[in-house]
Write a protein that binds this ligand. Structure first.
Ligand code: 5RP
Length: 218
């Protein structure tokens, strides 16, 4: 296992202390979350089940015998656990590297506590080194791309990727995001945008790297 992969596994394991018996847990998407699903499976008899943010996570959860529920059926959740592509000191995130940003943002909004699990390399001072994913309605791709260029970005179509919602992704390079809340609000208003992968208006509540010193519980 590479050091980065080991960091992801440690972070995922650290999130288990937020899982309480009887919970329905919101579950994100990605390789870090895959480690979390493995850990959750060890306690599958203690929990009620999960709400999943993607077809990929739904498959992993079901393979490990964890019941998957619809968010409409569960109502608000106590806990959401997900990874991220970047995280700033205010726990604001870039997400969407795995193209699951819209369902992830919905579950984050519907959850009381959002625990973000990352390997330490994802911590940055200013968001934007990782290209910012934007999910768009397919017919609006060029329109949205032009609007993003007007905002100083260089959008690149993630050609060949279709989201679980049937939409496309633009990855916006070259942004130095000093005001993530304002940029999230602004990009969300472009007609044709489904979701921008900035999680700033609703940041993570807790960020875990699995390193006690970095996580502030040394
Ligand atoms: C998926 C995401 C993921 O959380 C993000 O891409 C991190 O993935 P990984 O844990 O594989 O590094 O936002 O849409």
């Amino acid at each position: 296992m590479t050091p980065q992969e080991e960091g992801k596994r440690r972070a995922a394991r650290a999130a288990m202390r937020y899982v309480e018996n009887g919970m329905t847990v919101g579950v994100g998407t990605g390789s870090t979350v895959a480690h979390f699903i493995d850990a959750l499976a060890e306690r599958r008899h203690d929990i009620e089940g999960a709400v999943s943010s993607s077809e990929q996570s739904t498959r992993l959860l079901k393979e490990r015998g964890i019941p998957v529920f619809e968010l409409n059926a569960t109502g608000e959740l106590a806990l959401y656990v997900d990874g991220a592509d970047e995280c700033d000191p205010q726990r604001r995130l870039i997400k969407g590297g795995g193209a699951a940003l819209t369902r992830e943002k919905i579950i984050a909004a519907a959850s009381k506590q959002f625990v973000c699990i990352i390997d330490p390399s994802k911590r940055v001072d200013v968001l934007g080194r990782f290209p910012l994913p934007v999910e768009v309605i397919p017919m609006a791709r060029s329109h949205v791309a032009r609007a993003l260029v007007d905002r100083g970005g260089k959008p690149v179509w993630r050609d060949g990727v279709v989201t679980d919602n049937g939409n496309w992704i633009l990855d916006v390079h070259g942004l130095h995001i000093t005001d993530p809340v304002a940029l999230e609000r602004d990009i969300n208003q472009i007609v044709g945008v489904v979701t921008v992968g900035l999680f700033a208006q609703r940041p993570a509540d807790v960020v875990l790297t699995g390193d006690a010193a970095l996580d502030g519980n040394a």
